[in-house]
Design a protein around this ligand. Structure first.
Ligand code: G1P
Length: 302
């Protein structure tokens, strides 16, 4: 098997139900966080790792993702004529990359989405990024995972410690702490209840996978939510192969959720050179107003 990770896979075929009605006819992945669609943050994370082959798994109503990463000849010409160099650079920065799109014909789950890339990945290891897990751009999570993979040659899952009140939203692992953020995984459960969760270590949307996963996914029966679950396939894989977890210590936003999306927007806006100053002033005004409101409410309740 080839050791080098050359391809990154972006499952984007989901229905985006948590964002309806916004996602009725347009993809969740294209919702902007300040001025970039959500998926672009994940794409740029991969670009920073020097990976140049991108496979996006799409579905119905997802065309705009393809248009977004395509070259836009007319727009480029216009920006050139107007001498808008910065914007031109901004919209052409993906033009040299190879994007391939695979349609997931039905939204049958993350495991099913991964299985769709089998004919194109063949015997290579690959990275998987779930674009609604948005992480701070300066973090080197994927880079670290790739380095670890090159040493260990086993699948690696990104982990995060989450509050037990949120544990039911994630795939959860049971593992042995090997130090330096590395875990040897002994078991995985998809979205367990608080009572059944083996730990507070949740899988977050960055994976390094190996092609052994495909034959397992092919035979897998639907799991939680009636979907083909990647977590179930990984549990099966554990019988044959070691799987590691790598603890992420940086900032992550669950931008697939309304509150997480709003938090990501606020944080990225505060870092955006164009709006940060005015926006932070605005936030301070809002905070002041909320504080007064709460003070008033507390007083009337006394
Ligand atoms: C998926 C996976 C889950 C993982 C999560 C990370 O769930 O099935 O194991 O913990 O992504 O974001 P989803 O959020 O798509 O329901």
């Amino acid at each position: 098997m080839n050791k080098k990770i050359k391809k990154a896979i972006f499952p984007a075929g989901g229905l985006g139900t948590r964002f309806l009605p916004a996602t009725k006819a347009s993809p969740k992945e294209m919702l902007p966080i300040v001025d970039k669609p959500m998926i672009q943050y994940a794409i740029e994370e991969v670009m920073a790792c020097n990976i140049k082959e991108f496979i996006i798994i799409t579905g119905k109503y997802k065309r705009s993702i393809e248009d977004h990463f395509d070259s836009a000849y007319e727009l480029e010409e216009n920006l050139r004529k107007l001498d808008k160099k910065k914007l031109l650079e901004e919209i052409t920065r993906h033009n040299h990359l190879d994007f391939a799109y695979i349609r997931q014909k039905a939204a049958l789950g993350l495991g099913h989405a991964i299985l769709c890339v089998k004919p194109f990945v063949k015997d290579e290891p690959f990275a998987v990024l779930l674009s609604d897990d948005v992480i701070e751009p300066e973090e080197t999570l994927l880079k670290d995972m790739i380095k670890l993979y090159e040493k260990l040659e086993c699948p690696i899952l990104a982990l995060e410690e989450v509050p037990m009140t949120d544990i039911h939203k994630y795939g959860v692992i049971e593992g042995a702490d090997l130090g330096n953020g590395l875990y040897k995984i002994n078991n995985l459960i998809e979205k367990p209840s608080k009572e059944k969760a083996p730990s507070n270590l949740a899988i977050i949307g960055r994976y390094i996978l190996t092609p052994e996963i495909f034959s397992i996914l092919e035979k897998l029966t639907p799991g939680r939510g009636g979907e083909i679950q990647l977590t179930d396939a990984l549990r099966e894989l554990l019988k044959k192969q070691t799987i590691y977890g790598y603890l992420f210590k940086g900032k992550r936003y669950d931008a697939g959720d309304k509150l997480g999306y709003l938090k990501a927007t606020v944080n990225f806006a505060l870092k955006n050179a164009e709006v940060s100053e005015a926006f932070s002033k605005y936030l301070l005004d809002i905070a002041h107003m909320l504080k007064n409101k709460k003070h008033h409410e507390d007083k009337t309740h006394q």
